[in-house]
Design a protein around this ligand. Sequence first.
Ligand code: NAI
Length: 264
Amino acid sequence: MGLLDGQRVVVTGGGSGIGEAIARRMVAEGARVAVLDVDGAAAQRVARELDGVAVEVDVADTDAMQDALVDTARELGGLTGLVNNAGIGSLKALHQYAEAEWERLIAVNLKGAFNGIRAVVPHLRASGGGSIVNVASVSGVRPTRGEAPYAAAKAGVIALTRSAALEYGPEGIRVNCVSPGFIRTHLTEFAFSNPAWIETLESRTPLRRAGTAEDVAKVVAFLCSDLAGYVTGQNLLVDGGSILPSAQVDHLLGELLGDPPREG
Ligand code: NAI
């Protein structure tokens, strides 16, 4: 028996990275999935392997998202969940962001989740309830330099999650979010291609490693399952403990506490 037997879940940005891992984990747990992605070929590839449905759609396009959810609900025979995972990032000083780039980052990362929630709710109501999981980021909790629009959007996603949980809770619709730390995907390849970066990052993470897309996918599956049936409005950090306040000085205190020198 799988954790998600009988569920029918839509995953946005399911064509690669964390979204692909979420779609795979959902199917491994017994769900059927629809893979939505602005990259139609990527969505097709993943959906074909998982015997799911693929839709090419930009989550920032309100009307297209409404249509995509109607189509997937018809193809899967109703919906019980949505994972708003699609997202984009950028790295530059705050004053260097052009207005159009600010608008695109907010449109995909924040409005995309808003669009997804509004498009899926009628289908979840028709199923008698369901679960929505938004993929935010540790950047929405504790900002990193160079990511102002992204951090603002992800903080917005966390607030949106809480508002939606309040509004839809009485209808049996749970809304939560996960905030991943540093996870190896296309989005973070710039860092993972630099061994010095990764060594520093891992040495300052209590669990002493970067995360994997599967680490996030497991938590999303939990939140979509009955195991989390009394959990709503929460932001669950999947970050190896990296934003715990003391993590920043942990390596310094280690010297005082007599930690053995790290290998490698
Ligand atoms: P990724 O770049 O590997 O995958 C993102 C997927 O979303 C791609 O398939 C892309 O085509 C799709 N996508 C992008 N814009 C879209 C749009 N407008 N409409 C539909 N699909 C779109 O990135 P990754 O790392 O898998 O990111 C997934 C989510 O996780 C994002 O929301 C990201 O902000 C979040 N996240 C990632 C972290 C990391 O370290 N990789 C850390 C914290 C959060």
